[in-house]
Design a protein around this ligand. Structure first.
Ligand code: 3HC
Length: 292
């Protein structure tokens, strides 16, 4: 059975991107947010991203209008009951995710797949909490969702072949390149990327080089589109801190331990681009490295 009706829970940075690309692929999208304010913020985020795509001549204005028409919003979880797939992109908190799937479980049809965009929690912990563990998968997108080609499709030991294959085909239908991953915290990409970002912060703590030079080193030396500190600010230092804590808790390996500097930055609200300050100050025309 093809997936046509897509439910997205949470319309933040990731949820809005997932809703946008699903509608762009011609699907009927229903987004659930917790309040009218959150819906308006999500709608604006999608509008801004599509505006950018129009400006970059990736889509026409007519395409944009048709994409927006395919996305509706609700605050009622129960409205997601008729969806073929529900993708959750709410906060990285197992209790919140389990409450959402737990509420939906008795309401949704037999065939509905529950997909989580978690970046570091284990999918098994969500599958074990519902009566459809065979239809629970990980579907991990990358930021910015409309631009990054990769999606990790994650199966647990309980995921059925059918649910996995339908989700894999769905990822392809979204125009993404899926890879299969087993359910271990961090899957494939974050297992490598998170220690790299944390190591860059540890280098800074040790005074190895400046923020700018470490970024320049990885961009010019390795051809990365962003240096590690630009990437930390882009992902959000609060998000990276939370991911590192979850991964450290899972593996108890030092390389996942959040460095003290990261913790201090989060305490000071220096979350990165979204806060206007992180490893760089974004208040001017160009980002300027902060004194730390
Ligand atoms: N819709 C469609 N296409 C869009 C778009 C949109 N809303 N916005 C931009 N694009 C296209 C542009 O047209 C351009 O395409 P082209 O190369 O064919 O012209 C391309 O996307 C790049 O856009 P820009 O030229 O505007 O931007 P930059 O060249 O400055 O690149 C970037 C921006 C893509 C963010 C790049 O810096 C990058 O790849 N950075 C690394 C991002 C990264 O590593 N993300 C993963 C983070 S980790 C994660 O998400 C996992 C989580 O669990 C932590």
């Amino acid at each position: 059975m093809d997936i046509q009706k897509v439910g997205v829970a949470g319309c933040g940075l990731m949820g809005s991107g997932i809703a946008e690309i699903s509608a762009k692929a011609g699907m009927d999208v229903l987004v659930r947010e917790i309040s009218d304010e959150a819906i308006e913020a999500g709608r604006a985020r999608i509008g801004k991203s599509l505006g950018r795509a129009v400006k970059k001549e990736k889509i026409t204005e007519e395409d944009r209008d048709q994409i927006l028409e395919r996305i509706s919003f609700t605050t009622a979880i129960s409205d997601l009951a008729d969806r073929d797939i529900v993708i959750e992109a709410v906060v990285e908190d197992l209790e919140v995710k389990n409450e959402l799937f737990g509420t939906l479980d008795p309401l949704c049809g037999e065939g509905t797949i529950f997909a989580t965009n978690t970046s570091s929690l284990t999918v098994t912990d969500m599958a074990a909490a519902v009566n459809r563990p065979d239809r629970v998968v990980g579907l991990h997108f990358f930021n910015p969702v409309p631009v990054m080609k990769l999606v990790e499709v994650v199966r647990t030991i309980a995921t059925s072949d059918e649910a996995f294959e339908r989700t894999f085909a769905f990822a392809r239908a979204l125009g993404k390149e899926p890879i299969a991953a087993k359910d271990n915290s961090g899957f494939v990409v974050n297992l490598l990327l998170v220690p790299y970002m944390l190591d860059a912060i540890r280098q800074l703590e040790r005074g190895v080089a400046s923020i700018e030079d470490i970024d320049k080193g990885m961009m010019l030396g390795c051809g990365y589109p962003m240096g590690p500190f630009q990437l930390c600010d882009f992902v959000g230092n609060d998000t990276t801190y939370r991911i590192a804590e979850i991964m450290f808790d899972e593996y108890r390996e030092e390389r996942f331990a959040p460095p003290p500097l990261l913790k201090r930055m989060v305490a000071m609200g220096r979350y990165g681009r979204k806060a206007g300050k992180g490893f760089y100050d974004y208040s001017g025309d160009q980002p300027v490295p902060m004194e730390l």
